[in-house]
Design a binder for this molecule. Sequence first.
Ligand code: G3I
Length: 326
Amino acid sequence: SKSLKALAKPTGVRVGTAVDTAALADDATYAGAVSAQFNSVTPENVMKWEVVEPERGKLDFTEADKLVAFAKAHKQKVRGHTLVWHSQLPAWLTSGVEDGSIDKKQLRSILKQHIATEMGHFKGDIWAWDVVNEAFNDDGTLRDSLWLRELGPEYIADAFRWAHKADPKAILFYNDYNTEGIGPKSDAVYKLVKELRSEGVPIQGYGVQGHLSTEYGLPTDMQANLHRFAKLGLKTAVTEADVRITFSASDPATPAEVQAQSNGYSYMLQSCLLERSCISFTVWGFTDKYSWIPQVFPGEGQANLYDEDYQPKAAYETVQRDLRLA
Ligand code: G3I
């Protein structure tokens, strides 16, 4: 059968995957599938702050550079992930804030510098950047993070302004989970984005991660949700799709779960394909062989399009079908 990227080409929507760079280096089957199936890649971890600046002022883009080179060699776009997040911060930064050796003013300039340095390093090579990631709680309030506590809510607008200066051509995204459909969290993001746009803040993309579980059902009105952001002038994207099953990794999924998983992928992909503003559909890994889920949600998994032996699952066939029909 045709590859996902061949099927996606006429739709204008890029089909991407998060890439585990260790697997890319060590597992030829994995690397072969990344290049054969996808025309966009996102580093799963190696552009995060703790990886690129493990010690203050000591920058390490080695792993990320390898992925960018791989993407160039295979004519793939790169989604940069992620510049401002509460998680995977370097220890020197969090401890410096805690012990008071980094004050608010310094922290603000450190963040500005981080954005300028990292985006500057990759300037021209990154299609879209997840500038701010996961700044909201599910109830629509702002997440209590180091950034909010120290810099106040203004950190979000600042980050986008700094990012636009660093790489004016990259599409600058706000990215979050549980924001696929319409609900309190996406309403809050919408309200903020609307304000920012009216103030001229360069925010240009709305990314919905798409981490679903067969246990909780589908999001509500996803296409309409993407569309309201499009009406504010934004591109949209599904950035981290996966649909986990509540079973230990060794248990076979039930037919109902297999169907529900396919439905989850299909609902998100179709919402994207039907919404003109949606520029990419990225899965957060494509094989159960390397998945973040069992570590974070013990007893859950099997969330990807291929099983641990690289056999395509029903969800893969569904994605193929949806791309063909688009
Ligand atoms: O790099 C170290 C390695 O040196 C060490 O030996 C090993 C021991 O556990 O840990 C390695 O770091 C792990 C890293 O993944 C790389 O494998 C971290 O412990 C682990 O916490 C980290 O998990 C990542 C997670 O973000 C961290 O929050 C997952 O791989 C990654 O898939 C996940 O991705 C996030 C997105 O960035 C944002 N949206 C949600 C998504 C899923 O949680």
